[in-house]
Design a protein. Structure first.
Length: 225
């Protein structure tokens, strides 16, 4: 078993189960976490906060001070650098927005303000800076998830992802200045057993969600231009 010391060589694994070192709780089907790639099990820290100290239904365990022990399942998985092109459901949509890039970027990266203009999102919370490694909690269409930011290219590209309810989503956004505004492209992949069980339904759901999000972003940005 590894130690709590921060490893130099890290991989990302899928875990069946994770529990506190003191054995105080167990969480099944933890989505993604990092640990030393040579460990068969590992001790690691997660960041952020659950809604309450005893609420572990938020999909991951995130108290900063909590040291956890997990057993690895499967092989090493790298941190995503793009959407999952092998996923059973992939959606790709785009829109032109007649507003400055700075306006569009601020709306997109101010997670805590999303519910004020994106009415499909009823809750959203990010502690700290919008940057790689940060995680945020949000609820859209009644579905709550914790997403981790994988990559940020200032005013150009964002990649985040998360898992909940057996579904792993990876979401990419790109922003390109164009004549009179900004061209925004968004792509997202859905993978997991619930997706494989109803790929057509999940495809329709994801397409509708992204089209709606782009529409809200366009309306909010242009109203502020």
């Amino acid at each position: 078993m590894g130690t709590a010391e921060e490893p130099q060589d890290q991989g990302v694994y899928q875990f069946d189960q994770v529990k506190a070192v003191d054995g105080g709780f167990t969480l099944d089907n933890l989505a993604w976490s990092s640990c030393h790639s040579s460990y068969t099990g590992c001790v690691f820290r997660q960041t952020g906060k659950c809604r309450t100290s005893g609420d572990l239904s938020c999909g991951t365990i995130r108290p900063r001070s909590l040291i956890l022990r997990a057993e690895r399942r499967g092989g090493v998985m790298s941190t995503p650098t793009g959407i999952d092109r092998s996923a059973p459901v992939i959606a790709h949509h785009q829109v032109d927005i007649r507003a400055p890039l700075d306006t569009v970027w601020r709306l997109h990266t101010d997670v805590n303000a999303w519910p004020t203009w994106q009415t499909d999102i009823t809750a959203a919370h990010l502690d700290g800076v919008f940057e790689p490694g940060a995680s945020f909690d949000w609820t859209s269409f009644g579905f709550s998830v914790t997403s981790t930011i994988y990559e940020v290219a200032e005013r150009a590209r964002v990649l985040w992802g998360g898992a909940a309810g057996g579904i792993t989503g990876v979401h990419e956004w790109t922003f390109t200045e164009s004549e009179g505004g900004v061209h925004v492209v968004t792509s997202e992949s859905f993978a997991g057993e619930p997706v494989r069980a109803d790929a057509a339904g999940m495809q329709a759901l994801l397409d509708a969600s992204l089209v709606s999000w782009l529409g809200h972003l366009k309306a909010a940005a242009e109203s502020r231009a």
